[in-house]
Ligand binder design. Structure first.
Ligand SMILES: Nc1ncnc2c1ncn2[C@@H]1O[C@H](COP(=O)(O)OP(=O)(O)OP(=O)(O)O)[C@@H](O)[C@H]1O
Ligand SMILES: [Mg+2]
Length: 288
């Protein structure tokens, strides 16, 4: 097995990154042969909450089994501990055809923000630049990913809005970047800024990295239809810098409500959206 690594990113907040991570992880895992690891690198810990639920996440945070603790020990204290004890194996309570979805979680916590600051402070006082800090994170994650690829078919990073050292590192070690965006004026500006600056910079080091925009939260207005077309045109003009998935996630209360369903069946959770999501999963499986 050599799993694929995806990062779901957008500097803009509230565009549907976490909802995409959860829906995609759960849809991919409806295939009984498919195992998924979600890595939450957002201090909001929304993806962790959506997968583990409140009480399990509280336990995980209390017992320091979160990614910030791992980063702290590895990056600040130079400890050699391995990632495995931090992974909550098959934690999903969602079932499909009477079988729990094979979704594991490397959870985040609100302390990630503090840890990131501490790491940056600690390493800058050792005269390391931000680039060097990102480099250290990449050097830590690269062999770890090679190992995790042997255990999971898909490893999906839920990234925070804005750009942090951890988001940059996640993109650097990914095979594919998924950029959910709302097809409106401001979000389209955000995509243009992302592809022109951050993606360009990362591509200099990782020319083979693929990036695709996912139109999310699309409504039936002319404004959304217009900006959907503008994004498609920009992708065509980008000479392969980024593509656009054919699948579109509609603005729908069902999607917002699904994030609140920690257990139950996949079909109950996504009844109205399951066709859309299975199309998205097929496009993800088809990424080269
Ligand atoms: N397709 C959709 N239809 C309706 N509501 C949606 C849809 N996708 C996401 N939402 C809602 O929009 C809000 C933002 O979604 P989400 O948290 O997935 O975005 P995000 O990009 O991860 O945000 P952040 O940048 O804060 O991490 C949430 O309230 C979510 O329930
Ligand atoms: Mg989010």
């Amino acid at each position: 097995m050599a799993g694929k690594v995806l990062s779901v990113v957008n500097m803009k907040g509230g565009v549907g990154k976490t909802s995409t991570v959860i829906a995609l992880a759960e849809t991919l895992a409806t295939d009984p042969a498919c195992s998924v690891l979600v890595i939450d690198v957002d201090t909001q810990a929304n993806a962790s909450y959506c997968i583990a639920g409140d009480s399990a996440l509280t336990e995980i945070i209390k017992s320091d089994k979160t990614i910030d603790d791992f980063f702290y020990w590895r990056l600040v204290e130079n400890d050699r501990r391995s990632i495995e004890p931090y992974i909550n194996e098959n934690i999903s309570l969602v079932t499909h055809l009477n079988r729990p979805l094979k979704i594991s979680l490397l959870a985040s916590s609100p302390y990630l923000r503090i840890t990131e600051r501490e790491i940056i402070y600690n390493l800058t006082t050792r005269n390391l630049s931000m680039e060097a800090i990102e480099g250290r994170t990449v050097n830590l994650l690269t062999p770890m990913m090679d190992q995790l690829r042997q255990s999971y078919d898909y490893i999906i990073f839920d990234c925070a809005p804005g750009i942090s050292a951890f988001t940059t590192a996640a993109m650097m070690i990914s095979d594919h970047i998924v950029v959910p965006t709302i097809p409106d004026f401001l979000s389209t500006l955000g995509v243009a800024a992302f592809t022109a600056s951050i993606l360009k910079e990362i591509r200099q080091k990782r020319p083979e990295l693929s990036a695709n925009v996912l139109i999310a939260r699309k409504n039936n207005t002319r404004h959304h239809a217009q900006y959907h077309n503008i994004i498609i045109d920009k992708a065509k003009l980008s000479s392969g810098t980024f593509g656009v998935f054919d699948t579109v996630i509609p603005e729908s209360t069902a999607m917002a409500q699904a994030m609140n369903l920690i257990d139950g069946t996949y079909t109950q959770k996504y009844s109205k959206l399951s066709d859309v999501l299975s199309n998205l999963a097929a496009e993800i499986r088809g990424l080269k």
